[in-house]
Design a protein. Structure first.
Ligand SMILES: Nc1ncnc2c1ncn2[C@@H]1O[C@H](COP(=O)(O)OP(=O)(O)O)[C@@H](O)[C@H]1O
Ligand SMILES: [Mg+2]
Length: 221
């Protein structure tokens, strides 16, 4: 079975009154790309934060790699969050004062892992893939929006995660740079990583995978 995530009857309320997610079902296989569309404020980021083990859910069931993710025990999933999940946000969330290379290596610097020779080779290969080798030692503050988003994607890929979660990854990009991002996710998915992309841009298409709309607290295919 190649199912990575299975979510059933998921509910989330922040205030105990209004349910932002209200009986949502979702599943994704390894290597699959899912696109989630929906109006601003419909709960897309809420859903991604729960899937990414950054926030609790109120009720329902969440299986990640067949492990039951219990709400209110988020700290015990630190390892999965750090090593199995890569995050790409609209706002990039890079460290401006550090170089491109150090930003890409951030997951390892942060977890205190050794930066081995093979890891350095992987960084070089990634930079090459994304046509950014010449920017390796440049500070991120000097980069354009499209270049920053590529750094954020490389930082997510370098761990070879089981899942990549992207919240409006092309929100700040022009068409050409959006196409690069789409292409990068397609290539990652071919290597077995599942990708969940949230967008309000209904023209963004990966040509493959399931497409959903989030409305009324539920996902509709
Ligand atoms: N931390 C929070 N506390 C209280 N309400 C929140 C919080 N985060 C989001 N919300 C509310 O939940 C709803 C969905 O927000 P969000 O998931 O950010 O939507 P989207 O990403 O689709 O724009 C909104 O009404 C928002 O105000
Ligand atoms: Mg959002």
């Amino acid at each position: 079975m190649s199912e990575l995530i299975k979510i059933s009857n998921l509910k989330k309320t922040y205030d105990g009154i209004r349910y932002v997610l209200n009986g949502l079902d979702f599943s994704i296989d390894k290597g699959e790309i899912s696109t989630i569309l929906g109006a601003s404020g419909c709960g897309k980021s809420t859903f991604l934060n729960i899937v990414g083990l950054l926030d609790n859910y109120s009720s329902g069931e969440y299986l990640f790699c067949n492990d039951i993710i219990k709400p209110k025990k988020l700290n015990s999933y630190y390892r999965q969050r750090a090593m199995d999940i890569g995050f790409v946000f609209q706002a990039y969330c890079l460290i401006d004062s550090l170089s491109v290379k150090d930003n890409i290596l951030m997951p390892f610097l942060y977890s205190g892992s050794d930066i081995t020779g093979s890891l350095k080779e992987n960084v070089n290969a990634l930079l090459d893939n994304f046509n950014m080798s010449s920017l390796k030692n440049k500070r991120v503050s000097f980069l354009s929006g499209g270049e920053r988003q590529r750094v954020a994607i490389m930082r997510a890929i370098i761990k070879n995660p089981k899942l990549i979660i992207a919240d409006e990854p092309t929100g700040n990009l022009d068409e050409a740079n959006s196409a690069l991002v789409v292409n990068a996710f397609q290539n990652i998915a071919k290597k077995g990583t599942a990708v969940i992309v949230v967008t309000h841009n209904k023209y963004l298409s990966f040509g493959v995978g399931r497409r959903y709309t989030l409305e009324g607290g539920k996902l509709h295919q």
